[in-house]
Design a protein around this ligand. Structure first.
Ligand code: CO8
Length: 263
């Protein structure tokens, strides 16, 4: 894919099928300004549409995944501008419009909007020494990009309430123990390599099945158990209409490796 040269992010393909987005605004610890988010959304949309890409990894630097929304940009924002421009709406495309799996590989600071961005990903990996937190309370505000909802779902009400009302940080090690992170790695490099490795694995499967898998798991966040299970079954039934279900099960029966058609 031809991707434009971006100013605040870098794009690469470290392994076949893996689109790696590296937030690259080092002077501001990857603070998530509007220009950065516009680039991130543009890259995500292009990777989502790209035939070669099967999974996406978002990472930052060793020092910072992202130190939050850009405080200097928000400082003078008024209610009426925030409301009329739907400030933050920009962020929702990541969690609602991108159909390919996104893994966040979190090293260093993931604070405020940075923590929220990490939690918007489908799978969160981090290094033990990563620093997470929702420090908005210290700035006279609250999380605005889903933090109060996603953190609470992930780690429970009492812990999330404590973190959001005190603004206390928590470590990558704790994120793993509490179930916010799917895996915790020793070093930043291991975290990135681990994320890319799992993305490569996901990208090696049927794109169709992967898309359906992401869709049904995400539905569990919105639906009750009964509706969720029924939804899953419908999608499961529908996959009997795909070529890849035939390819996968025939290959198993014939003791061969499947070659996916992605159809
Ligand atoms: N916004 C803007 N600039 C930032 C941010 C930020 N969030 N974080 C760091 N920077 C800048 C600093 O201002 C500094 O710039 P300069 O060199 O020009 O002074 C540079 O990055 C380096 O930072 P520090 O010198 O502070 O580095 P330290 O190692 O001393 O400290 C910290 C690192 C602890 C991460 C510290 O920078 C810090 O506390 N940052 C702010 C963390 C924070 O409060 N984040 C939450 C922001 S609010 C938010 O995300 C709300 C989300 C709501 C929804 C989304 C809305 C868009």
């Amino acid at each position: 894919t031809e991707l434009p040269a971006y100013e605040y992010i870098k794009i690469s393909t470290p392994k076949p099928g893996v689109g790696l987005i590296t937030l690259n605004r080092p002077k501001a610890l990857n603070a998530l300004s509007t220009p950065l988010f516009l680039e991130l959304n543009d890259a995500l949309r292009k990777l989502d549409a790209d035939k070669e890409t099967g999974a996406i990894v978002i990472t930052g630097s060793e020092r910072a995944f992202a130190a939050g929304a850009d405080i200097k940009e928000m400082k003078d924002l008024t209610f009426s501008t925030a409301y009329t421009t739907d400030f933050i709406e920009l962020w929702s495309s990541l969690s609602h419009q991108i159909k390919k799996p996104i893994i966040s590989a979190v090293n260093g600071y993931a604070l405020g909007g940075g923590c929220e961005l990490a939690m918007m990903a489908d799978i969160l990996y981090c290094s033990a020494g990563a620093t997470f937190g929702q420090p908005e309370i210290k700035l006279g505000t609250i999380p605005g990009a889903g933090g109060s909802q996603r953190l609470t779902k992930a780690i429970g009400k009492s812990r999330a309430m404590e973190l959001i009302l005190t603004g206390d940080n928590f470590s990558g090690k704790q994120a793993g123990e509490w179930g916010l992170a799917a895996k915790v790695f020793e070093t930043a490099q291991e975290c990135l390599d681990g994320a890319v490795g799992q993305a490569e694995k996901i990208a090696s499967y049927s794109r169709l099945a992967v898309k359906a898998g992401k869709e049904v798991v995400n539905k569990s966040q919105d639906l009750g158990i009964r509706e969720g299970v029924e939804f899953e079954r419908r999608v499961f039934h529908s996959l009997f209409g795909s070529k890849d279900q035939k390819i996968g099960m025939t290959a198993f029966a014939e003791k061969k490796k499947p070659t996916w058609s992605h159809q």
